[in-house]
Write a protein that binds this ligand. Structure first.
Ligand code: CA
Length: 230
């Protein structure tokens, strides 16, 4: 597993790097935004710890560029709590956010939870020979593939996990909190609207209705569920 740490506070960068190394990651540390995008292309990281305030390109732009070629798990570091709301509103594509100062142990706990948890859908998918169909949409939870009208759809890790969670129980309406527990883990504390942002990205990639959703339906007053199962 490869990790990329992008942080211009060098001591913090080294500290986070050593925690990740201790946990078995092969770590690359860079200190500015331009190097971050280049390193992202070169090492194809599984996890990116990305500071918001960076020289060169800021964290928002780095995340946007990373997302054009990477489905890495991105944790963005911010200096203030209120920045998180703004970032969620901007849909920059990070999977999680942490506000400084934070404990590196807490960061590691989140990264570990993400990588140690069995992937949603794995057991059910095995029983179903891998694939579930929802009209023109096929979700292969075991292979982590999604197809729309026969063409593959490139989803980020978080988008895929949300879709696989919904697809695993197609008749169930999930609350945002239930989706957070399934995808980010029960210890995640933050804004539930992060779910809405990722659902928004997911719908866009599935050419789904941005408001109601054919594949990922809005259940008013509750949250989300899969659309018609076939
Ligand atoms: Ca900084």
């Amino acid at each position: 597993m490869r990790a990329l740490v992008v942080e211009d506070e060098k001591e913090l960068a080294e500290l986070l790097g050593s925690y990740l190394e201790h946990d078995g990651f092969e770590v690359t540390v860079v200190h500015d935004g331009l190097d971050a995008v280049e390193a992202g292309r070169k090492i194809d990281p599984d996890v990116v710890v990305l500071d918001l305030g960076l020289p060169g390109l800021d964290g928002v732009e780095v995340c946007r560029q990373l997302r054009t070629f990477s489905d890495a798990y991105v944790v963005m570091l911010t200096a203030r709590t209120d920045e998180v709301d703004t970032l969620i509103g901007l849909s920059v594509g990070a999977d999680d956010y942490m506000t400084k100062p934070f404990s590196p142990r807490e960061l590691m706990a989140r990264v570990q939870a993400m990588f140690r948890r069995p992937r949603p859908g794995a057991t059910v998918a095995a029983a179903l020979d891998g694939a579930r169909r929802f009209g023109a949409l096929t979700v292969d939870a075991l292979g982590r593939d999604v197809w729309l009208d026969g063409a593959p759809v490139a989803l980020t890790r978080t988008e895929f996990d949300l879709l696989a969670t919904l697809a695993e129980h197609p008749r169930m309406a999930f609350s945002r909190q239930q989706l957070i527990e399934a995808v980010w883990g029960p210890s995640w504390v933050g804004d539930e609207h992060l779910v809405d942002v990722h659902i928004g990205h997911l719908r866009r990639k599935l050419n789904d209705d941005p408001a109601e959703g054919q594949y990922v339906r809005t259940v008013r007053g509750v949250g989300y569920r899969m659309g018609s199962s076939q």
